[in-house]
Ligand binder design. Structure first.
Ligand SMILES: CC(C)(COP(=O)(O)OP(=O)(O)OC[C@H]1O[C@@H](n2cnc3c(N)ncnc32)[C@H](O)[C@@H]1OP(=O)(O)O)[C@@H](O)C(=O)NCCC(=O)NCCS
Length: 158
């Protein structure tokens, strides 16, 4: 199967946060950000695999800083590594006030997506072609996370 570059599937979603996304104090709900993260990761995975992809697990999702009503949310997702049928997607969320101002890195997440065939079974995905040092570093870290996930599964079961 022919490989695909990271840049070919990288996506960026941009959306302004409104009152509908937030609590009474104007803080955007974590669930709203999680939905954007999942959606961007799914889109990057589908673009790489050329197949329907489902979320198998969320390996890490950290909220470094709050997001407020009126912030413009910038969600960037790219493929860090691929297995046979799984893909690890790294997602970075940034926010900036709509009136202008500093852009903050608010959230980091790593999701494992699995590509499915037409019968709903895991199916092979194209190899990942790395073009930059940064992409190589991300792949190394993704492999470490996969190893830790497997060790955790063996030790804790499930
Ligand atoms: C994800 C799913 C397809 C995996 O099915 P499965 O029968 O366990 O598949 P397999 O054991 O053959 O594993 C397939 C791949 O998924 C990976 N995988 C399976 N479960 C995983 C998990 N919990 N976390 C990370 N990776 C996982 C395996 O490591 C394997 O990767 P590889 O092919 O790159 O080596 C299945 O569990 C499922 O359909 N889950 C529900 C998904 C869903 O509804 N998501 C929310 C809405 S999109």
């Amino acid at each position: 199967m022919e490989g695909r570059t990271v840049s070919a599937s990288t996506v960026q979603f941009v959306r302004t946060m409104t009152q509908l996304d937030a609590n009474l104090a104007g803080n955007v709900h974590g669930g709203v950000i999680m939905r954007e993260v999942d959606s961007a990761a799914g889109t990057a995975a589908v673009r790489h695999a050329g197949r329907l992809c489902v979320t198998a697990s969320i390996d890490e999702l950290s909220f470094h800083e709050p997001v407020f009503v009126g912030d413009i949310l910038i969600v960037s997702a790219s493929i860090n590594d691929v297995g046979r049928s799984s893909l690890e997607v790294g997602v970075k969320v940034e926010a900036e006030p709509w009136r202008g101002g500093e852009r903050r890195h608010t959230t980091t997440a790593y999701l494992v997506m699995v590509a499915l065939d037409d019968e709903g079974h895991p199916v092979e995905v194209p190899p990942l072609i790395l073009e930059t040092e940064e992409e190589r570093r991300r792949q190394e870290q993704a492999r470490l996370r996969r190893q830790i996930r497997n060790e955790r599964r063996v030790r804790l079961g499930g």
